[in-house]
Design a protein around this ligand. Structure first.
Ligand code: 9MR
Length: 585
């Protein structure tokens, strides 16, 4: 069954809210085990018998499922199962507040172009000099790995700022988009009483009269806006899809498109703190996917900033409109093939990006023409096939249709029904999962923790739409997995739990390589189990030897298993913050 951890009890290592599900898992076969919940004085306050399930394909374990959800008294407790007593955990109403705050702070610490200040970073060990402070750059010229010869662009853009993507210091519009959308959505779904009011987060902008979540999102939005091709630029771009006939290098009106990414020419070594990165930085060709990511997030931006900063809202709406029209003019500019020095984020299917951007612009403007376009799209009528990821964004458009004000009631009801149907599918998967999580597959892909949290978001929304506790409990189950209810007894979030992730793949939080550098600050999420690819020597020994949830290693070299990324931390912020709020009525 792979690296054998203790049999448990495995549970959410930060504990539980009084009013949601409380589950634990012990990996042991045989008859159902009796369990006891002990208070601080060692007195039994609840007891029962586990339910045996298994063997579970995703972990290889036969498990004893323990459910003590009806116990609701705040306090500190331990579970005792079959004579073994587990770690102490809490039951408290505000158990998610520190995680909500810390996971948002990750974005501050990923900021490019500015120094990271000890006062906002949680300590002097995380302070660092600014990296890439004057990012006025021109385009890559030359051959990509598929042999397409790109002549570049005749201008420079000032793209200083934004968030570094991950453990590398690339800044990608595809991926910046989903991460930014997630945080903007967290504001929009509760626009009446938004989380992170001014002064509540550790940020240089705190106290400026603007909600702190919006201060953080604006930092990335400005970067995405800066990645837009200036008006009237004719540019030679490779049209068509790689692997489906030859690409056509064609001059097009590229004004309004977005460059796919700005990144190093060559991969920098790890560690390389941002200020020490002296690699050449380049803009990579515009892509239709990046352009639609810009259109979608800028339209969303225009909605939430209206009435707060009207000029910024207008600037976003103008950029969104230009990007949208540019994408319609140039619908088949796919991301250039992998270069050395940065990730690809290449996507061969863009109908979901178009649906997403159309939904965002419709919600921003109410234009009947946009509603009409939306209704013509097969994705509009189709059920959702899954949670969102950077390359598969239909759920984002549907969530906006389900939650933004300004969407017609009929449209909103249909979008909500689609999300609730998807949440039902996730709950059905949970019933087939040994560790009781809303994901039953045995395939754990790169960044699998974000799959769980993305599903948690859909479940949490279903709870809001229906008021049904089982959806909220499903969201908690997703969070429980990420915070320790898994066969490795691993909290995948740094600084949270008794066994937190400690050695992320990151060029600055790299104490594994250099004792003078810090480890991760609290609130940073590992990509998590990856049973599909093992590209480097540190994870290679797992290949063929691990099962699903066990394919993970806390090693900074293992970039396909233990990197951190903005699109993974964003749903952590969303869900942790949702779980600080009262249960939906
Ligand atoms: O999250 C991305 C994952 O879905 C892909 O399979 C993988 C390989 O292309 O790339 C991941 O994204 C990485 C990006 O390319 C570069 N920055 C770090 C990202 C997280 O590992």
């Amino acid at each position: 069954t792979g690296a054998g951890e203790t049999p448990g009890p495995h549970l959410n290592q930060i504990g539980f809210r009084p009013d949601t599900a409380k589950r634990a898992i012990v990996a042991q076969d045989g008859a159902p085990l009796p369990w006891e919940l002990l208070d601080e004085k060692g007195r039994t306050v609840a007891q029962g018998n586990a339910t045996v399930f298994g063997p579970d394909a995703a972990s290889g374990d036969t498990v004893q499922q323990i459910d003590f959800g009806t116990f609701r008294t705040p306090g500190t407790y331990r579970l005792k199962v079959d004579g073994r007593t587990g770690h102490a955990f809490t039951i408290a109403a505000d158990v998610y507040r520190p995680l909500s705050r810390a996971s948002l702070n990750f974005f501050y610490q990923q900021r490019a172009g500015v120094a990271i200040d000890a006062r906002f970073a949680g300590g002097s060990q995380w302070a660092r000099a600014a990296g890439h402070t004057h990012e006025v750059v021109t385009c890559f010229k030359g051959l990509d790995q598929a042999g397409t010869d790109w002549p570049g662009c005749p201008y420079t853009l000032d793209v200083t700022g934004g968030w570094y993507d991950a453990g590398d210091q690339g800044k990608y519009v595809v991926n910046g988009g989903i991460a930014l959308w997630m945080l903007q959505n967290l504001y929009e779904v509760d626009a009446a009483s938004p989380p992170f009011p001014d002064g509540s987060a550790a940020l240089p902008e705190a106290g400026n009269g603007i909600n702190d979540l919006l201060d953080e999102t604006r930092f990335e939005m400005r970067f995405l806006l800066a990645m837009q091709v200036p008006d009237g630029q004719t540019m030679t771009l490779p049209l068509g899809r790689q692997g489906r006939g030859p690409l056509r290098l064609t001059p097009v009106d590229a004004g309004g498109m977005a460059h796919h990414k700005i990144a190093d020419r060559h991969w920098t070594t790890i560690p390389t703190p941002p200020a020490d990165d002296h690699e050449e930085r380049l803009l990579f060709p515009p892509s239709t996917a990046a352009t639609l990511n810009l259109a979608a997030t800028a339209a969303q931006c225009s909605r939430i900033w209206r009435g707060i900063d009207d000029d910024f809202a207008r600037r976003c709406l103008v950029a969104a409109g230009k990007a949208y029209r540019a994408a319609l003019r140039n619908p088949d500019v796919y991301a250039a093939q992998a270069f050395d020095g940065s990730g690809g984020y290449g996507d061969g299917e863009l109908s979901d990006e178009l649906y997403w951007a159309t939904a965002e612009l419709y919600a921003a403007t109410g234009m009947p023409e946009l509603a009409e376009s939306l209704h013509k799209m097969p994705l509009h009528a189709a059920p959702l096939t899954g949670e969102a990821s950077w390359g598969s964004v239909a759920a984002l458009g549907t969530i906006t249709l389900a939650t933004a004000t300004g969407v017609q009631p009929v449209e909103r009801a249909a979008a909500r029904a689609k999300l609730v149907a998807l949440a039902d599918r996730f709950l059905a998967e949970e019933a087939r999962s040994g560790y009781r999580i809303p994901y039953a597959s045995t395939a754990y892909r790169w960044g699998s923790n974000s799959v769980l949290l993305g599903r948690g978001q859909v479940l949490a929304l279903a709870a809001r739409f229906t008021g049904e506790a089982r959806y909220r409990d499903g969201a908690v189950d997703a969070m429980d997995y990420v915070l320790g209810r898994n066969p490795l007894d691993q909290s995948y979030v740094s600084g949270f739990g008794w066994k937190p992730m400690q050695n992320p793949h990151h060029r600055f939080w790299a104490h594994q390589f250099d004792a003078k550098l810090p480890g991760p600050p609290p609130g940073v999420l590992s990509g998590g189990a990856n049973s599909t690819v093992f590209p480097e020597p540190a994870s290679a020994p797992l290949k063929g030897k691990c099962i699903g949830q066990r394919c993970w290693i806390d090693d900074a070299r293992a970039y396909a298993h233990n990197e951190v990324a903005i699109n993974w931390n964003a749903p952590l912020v969303w869900l942790a913050t949702d779980l600080t709020r009262p249960l939906p009525a």
